[in-house]
Design a protein around this ligand. Structure first.
Ligand code: EPZ
Length: 421
């Protein structure tokens, strides 16, 4: 297993390229199941999660070719499709559950393994099941698999979700594109990745409106055709790399960054004493004074503060002036980075879904362990400004969601390298 070695250093400067969004690509790729014509995605990120989704779709019968080192993916589902998403692949990545809606819509039946829990929580599928059942699916849990079928195809319906689940919204919207009649999803998730999915589905001939709001309306159509679509910029990678100059000082421009993708996050950075300026090249970030100020953070569905940036924000607040209160409201176990940051000298109290971070002057490098995707990068961020060396192990977590992270950070002056351990 690889590790990442980081040497704490001074201010960072330069440009950093932001890739296409992992969480957009992971819902755009299953959309290919909805049509027998090719779907091409450009600006796709080069990540292990994308490789996992590729393997899953190929196991279902998709033909996938990638060009430009994986930045362009062309997928085609024109042959017979296999309706069974096997546990061996699904267990690796929860987003595998996003083939359920498209398979049901295209074939009228599907057998999809439950993904099982992961480090940050149990991550059940009840909201997906409720949403697809509302469209007329009969779904039964048997032997760890969801067995789903429809009598005579999906039918349009109005459905209000208990919680604005991102994945359940995506499954409902994709399934409803081919349902008979009109569907309305209330309390829909509003993430930019859903807006990007709908943009692609419309290019494929879907009739949808309301994306980005909590009410999405879909008019079912008989079939969808192929399309070419650029994956939207990754707002979580963007927010992650905005924190590098915030933690180390200096000035960095995140190329392609847009304020609209990270509005609530940028507001918190401003309150902490970080300058974020939007310009034609992207978002330019610098620290206003010598030390950031403590701020309080509560994670919420978009457009609130993203849960996927909570661990990274905690790394920043470890050396803030004052005490910060963080509340994680989306996942039940998403503070596993706290004990690792504590090994670096951070002063953090965790009480269930709440954490209090008492800022210290400077962290000290240490051997730490990545526990999940976003925790792994928060430890790297902490190591960028810590005194001495930090060795982050189990970076396979990191490779799921960040392409070439050591190359990108080295490009702005960070002392970081990947080592075999
Ligand atoms: C998406 O996961 C993202 N993943 C997650 O990013 C992100 O953290 C999450 O949305 C919230 O923004 C992808 O898009 C591939 P949810 P998803 O359904 O769709 C509970 C990352 O680091 N829930 O909005 O699984 C669930 O347990 C990943 O890139 C149910 O109870 O998130 C969680 O507590 C991590 N029943 C909450 O809702 C369900 O049926 C949010 O889940 C579904 C979800």
């Amino acid at each position: 297993m690889d590790s990442i070695l980081v040497r704490g250093g001074g201010p960072l400067s330069g440009d950093i390229e932001i890739a296409g969004a992992k969480n957009a690509c992971l819902t755009l790729m299953p959309a290919t199941l909805l049509s027998d014509e090719p779907l091409t995605l450009t600006n796709a990120p080069r990540l292990s999660d994308i490789k996992t989704m590729t393997a899953l779709l190929e196991s279902l019968g998709a033909e996938i070719s990638s060009m430009q080192e994986g930045k362009v993916q062309t997928m085609s589902c024109h042959g017979d499709l296999n309706p069974i998403a096997d546990y061996e692949i699904v267990r690796k990545m929860r987003a595998s559950n996003l083939v359920l809606g498209p398979l049901l819509a295209r074939l009228g039946h599907a057998v999809v393994s439950l993904p099982g829990g992961c480090a940050i929580g149990a991550r059940p599928m009840d909201l997906h099941v409720d949403a697809l059942t509302a469209l007329g699916a009969e779904i039964e849990l048997r032997d760890g698999y969801l067995h789903a079928k429809t009598q005579g195809g999906l039918k349009g319906a109005v459905h209000k979700m208990r919680f604005a689940s991102v994945g359940a919204t995506e499954n409902f919207v994709m399934a409803a594109t081919l349902a008979k009649g009109t569907s309305v999803l209330e309390n829909a998730a509003r993430e930019p990745e859903i807006v990007d999915l709908v943009s692609c589905l419309k290019k494929m001939g879907a009739q949808i409106e309301g994306e980005g709001t909590s009410r999405i309306e879909i008019q079912g159509v008989d079939r969808l055709h192929g399309a070419t679509h650029p994956v939207v910029t990754d707002r979580i990678e963007l927010g992650t790399f905005m924190l590098a100059p915030a933690i180390c000082g200096g000035e960095v421009t995140c190329l392609g960054g847009k304020m609209s993708l990270v509005e609530s996050f940028a507001e918190k950075l401003d309150a902490a004493g970080i300058s974020v300026v939007e310009n034609a090249r992207g978002l330019t970030v610098s620290r206003k004074g010598d030390r950031v100020q403590a701020v309080d953070v509560v994670t919420e569905p978009f457009p609130g503060f993203p849960t996927d940036l909570q661990a990274q924000m905690m790394a920043l607040l470890c050396t803030a002036e004052g005490s910060s209160h963080l509340e994680e409201t989306i996942f039940e176990n998403r503070f596993m980075h706290a004990p690792e940051l504590t090994r670096m000298g951070a002063n953090i109290e965790v009480h269930g879904g709440k954490a209090i971070v008492h800022g210290v002057e400077r962290l000290k490098g240490a051997q730490v362990m990545a526990t999940d995707l976003r925790a792994s990068v928060s430890l790297i961020l902490a190591g960028l400004a810590a005194e001495g060396e930090t060795l982050v192990s189990r970076v396979y977590h990191l490779d799921r969601g960040y392409e070439f992270v050591e190359k990108k950070l080295s490009g702005i002056g960070a002392q970081i390298e990947r080592v075999q351990s």
